[in-house]
Design a protein around this ligand. Structure first.
Ligand code: NAP
Length: 261
């Protein structure tokens, strides 16, 4: 039986890892997505993939039912290696992954891109979590909320500012007490594009997760260039497991585990 690698996804790195793994025919690959986007997740995954690869990677969508459900899936599907390549703020899934790997005795590694480091000349208002971030928004701000549409609840009770919510998929604005509008788009492709957007919208404050990566940083650089307030939400702490910061390093680990065929 070929070894089976389960990749917990929801990030570009997870997709890249699956594509790299697909070059090794001896390894069975399953990519798991949370499914917040429903069937769109499936369509979007396969539409951006070379056809030859779609046969190599099985996609499953939806939760497992906690750590016990994931442990059951691992046993039933004979998964022999687990890669947690979820977003650094997907703390529940990462905790379940470590717990399920412990229960089933399989290997687990986490693929997590490094957080951004504040440069000496930058000023960030550091927030412990999203609730803390909501409390730290300056009075009277016009605030670009770029934290993901699933992370808006902590900002609902705030009344002393105006919000512009940016998200890739449509956001539910129900529950906000402050004036709020939404723009549906990907993060800007350049610092200049982000600066232009922020100027057009009259943004005075940016709230961001510390997601890491180059493209997502454009908004932070733009806010800095424009002298805006930047509220940076710290990453949640996750249970320990072996961790790598790029696809190449995880691939080396997997090749040494599965062999190079
Ligand atoms: P979360 O709070 O850690 O997870 C909530 C529940 O969603 C988990 O307990 C699990 O349900 C299910 N789930 C999450 N990731 C899954 C996966 N890859 N495969 C199957 N089930 C999964 O996660 P979240 O913050 O809501 O994020 C959801 C997904 O969006 C994650 O996959 C993450 O990589 C991606 N994402 C998150 C963010 C963010 O800022 N949080 C940003 C970009 C992408 P069960 O307990 O039923 O198994």
């Amino acid at each position: 039986m070929s070894p089976h690698c389960l990749v917990l996804g929801g990030t570009q790195d997870a997709r890249s890892l699956c594509l790299a793994l697909a070059e090794f025919p001896a390894v069975q690959i399953t990519l798991s997505l949370a499914g917040a986007l429903g069937e769109t997740a499936r369509e979007s995954f396969f539409s951006r993939m070379p056809p030859s690869m779609t046969k190599r990677i099985s996609l499953r969508v939806g939760g497992f039912g906690g750590a016990d459900g994931l442990a059951r899936y691992i046993s039933e599907q004979n998964v022999s290696f687990l890669v947690d390549a979820t977003h650094p703020y997907a703390a529940c899934m990462s905790a379940h992954a470590v717990e399920a790997a412990r229960k089933t005795g399989i290997e687990i590694v986490r693929l997590e891109r490094p957080p951004w480091r504040r440069h000496e000349n930058e000023i960030w208002i550091e927030a412990d979590d999203l609730f803390d971030a909501a409390q730290k928004i300056p009075f009277g701000a016009t605030c670009l909320l770029a934290v993901g549409r699933q992370s808006l609840l902590p900002f609902h009770p705030i009344t002393h500012c105006r919000f512009v919510v940016r998200s890739i998929a449509p956001s539910d604005l129900e529950g906000f007490r402050a004036p709020v509008e939404t723009i549906q788009s990907l993060p800007g492709a350049s610092v200049a594009a982000e600066e232009s957007l922020m100027r057009d919208l009259g943004i005075t404050c940016l709230v961001s997760k510390n997601s890491g990566g180059e493209r997502a940083f454009h908004k932070v650089a733009a806010a800095h260039n424009l002298g805006l307030d930047i509220v940076m939400v710290a990453r949640p702490s996750l249970p320990q497991c072996r961790q790598y910061c790029d696809v190449k390093s995880v691939m080396e680990e997997l090749i040494s585990h599965f062999g190079a065929d």
